[in-house]
Design a protein around this ligand. Structure first.
Ligand SMILES: [Zn+2]
Length: 377
């Protein structure tokens, strides 16, 4: 469900089923051969340029290392055709790759994929669910370590790697102590994968396609905003936390941060807004044109409607409950844990039923947070 000013909301499309993950995080990492035993390695750092909507409407061009992005080593020992020899992910902090084979190679190159292990991927279309790829320069007679230096994603594909890199910040905060999966609903090796469809030829998008493909669809420029990427991922995450269930949403087209929609719309959209801001550590929504909207609000904020049918009231309440100085222990972890057990149709149910059941407060500071955002139960 896209958060835009003009139109929006949920759109339904009939495409294929979600692909279930086949390769766990540990499997992909373990596929990287040990450097010590290698006779041929290609190393380097994967980077991409991106237009930084979070920096404002000028959207300055920045360069970022691509973290936890899939790579494959391709090559041949003799005169045959190249085959896939190894696979792994770039460094979680530095985007480095070390792609090795245990014999010297007549020719070798690294293929990069717009995906991260089997946890998330960016594909070309709903009916062409292959990720984007590009290859490094080819090296011949590779023995020992050849440093490819900085490898940059082609500019026509850079937005796909922006999505791949941005999803890290949510994955790292997913607060699932029991598996490498997105939520504790699933166990290692059986994780659901989040799929983004990004097509540079398509301007339209900005929604999570529930209950059809359950993919996120992004238009050409939408990856410029990390908030937009993470808001849509937030819808998918809520559905995952609920064990592939989602509130029945009505009155959500269009929806606005500061205006009345409905209890169900404000809950699901406010949660998605809060997911993006929490993952990025701020208190706003940033549109893909670089404009932004603050979630700061109280009873006298001009233009804001009151109560729990307003997504900005719900989202700001959640962010304050999870804040470093908030009543929930300084993070969202206990909310994530309770959502893994208890489905909530709306914010009222989350606050008045699920929080007490999980031992989270609804009085004192928590009550004052909601009241400060015009929500009273
Ligand atoms: Zn939405």
């Amino acid at each position: 469900m896209q958060l835009i000013r003009r139109s929006a909301g949920r759109r339904l499309r009939a495409f294929g089923a979600v692909l279930i993950t086949t390769l766990g995080l540990t499997a992909a990492v373990a596929a990287t051969p040990a450097t010590a035993a290698a006779n041929a390695c290609l190393t380097g750092t994967l980077v991409f340029d991106h237009l930084d909507a979070e920096a404002g409407t000028s959207k300055p061009l920045r360069t970022q290392v691509a973290r936890n992005a899939n790579w494959e080593l391709w090559g041949r020992t003799g005169s045959g055709t190249a085959t896939r020899l190894a696979a792994g992910i770039t460094g979680a902090s530095d985007g480095r790759f070390t792609a090795c084979h245990t014999a010297s190679l007549a020719e070798a190159y690294v293929r990069f994929r717009s995906s991260s292990t089997s946890m998330w991927r960016v594909v070309k279309a709903a009916n062409n669910t292959t990720d984007y790829t590009f290859d490094s320069a080819r090296r011949t007679n590779v023995s020992g370590t050849h440093d490819l230096g900085t490898v940059k994603v082609p500019s026509t594909l850079q937005r796909a790697w922006k999505v791949v890199d941005t999803l890290n910040v949510l994955y790292w905060k997913r607060a699932n102590p029991s598996s490498s999966c997105w939520t504790a609903r699933q166990s290692d090796g059986r994780c659901d994968q989040i799929t983004f469809v990004w097509d540079p030829k398509v301007a339209d998008g900005g929604y999570w396609d529930y209950p059809n493909t359950n993919y996120v669809f992004l238009g050409n420029t939408m990856p410029d905003s990390k908030h937009l990427i993470l808001h849509e991922a937030g819808h998918w995450l809520q559905w995952q936390l609920y064990g592939r269930a989602f509130p029945v949403v009505d009155g959500c087209n269009p929806h606005y941060i500061e205006k009345h929609s409905s209890e169900s719309c404000a809950w699901t959209e406010g949660f998605a807004d809060a997911v993006a801001a929490y993952a990025l550590g701020d208190y706003r929504y940033v549109y893909d044109d670089g404009s932004s909207y603050s979630f700061e609000n109280d009873a006298s904020t001009p233009g804001w409607d009151d109560g729990d049918t307003v997504q900005g009231r719900v989202g700001s309440s959640l962010l304050d409950l999870w804040a470093a100085d908030g009543p929930d222990g300084g993070n969202w972890n206990r909310t994530i844990a309770l959502m893994t057990r208890d489905f909530s149709q709306d914010f009222r149910e989350y606050f008045t039923e699920d929080r007490p059941a999980a031992g989270l407060s609804t009085a004192g500071a928590a009550e004052r947070i909601l009241a400060g955002h015009t929500i009273r139960y």
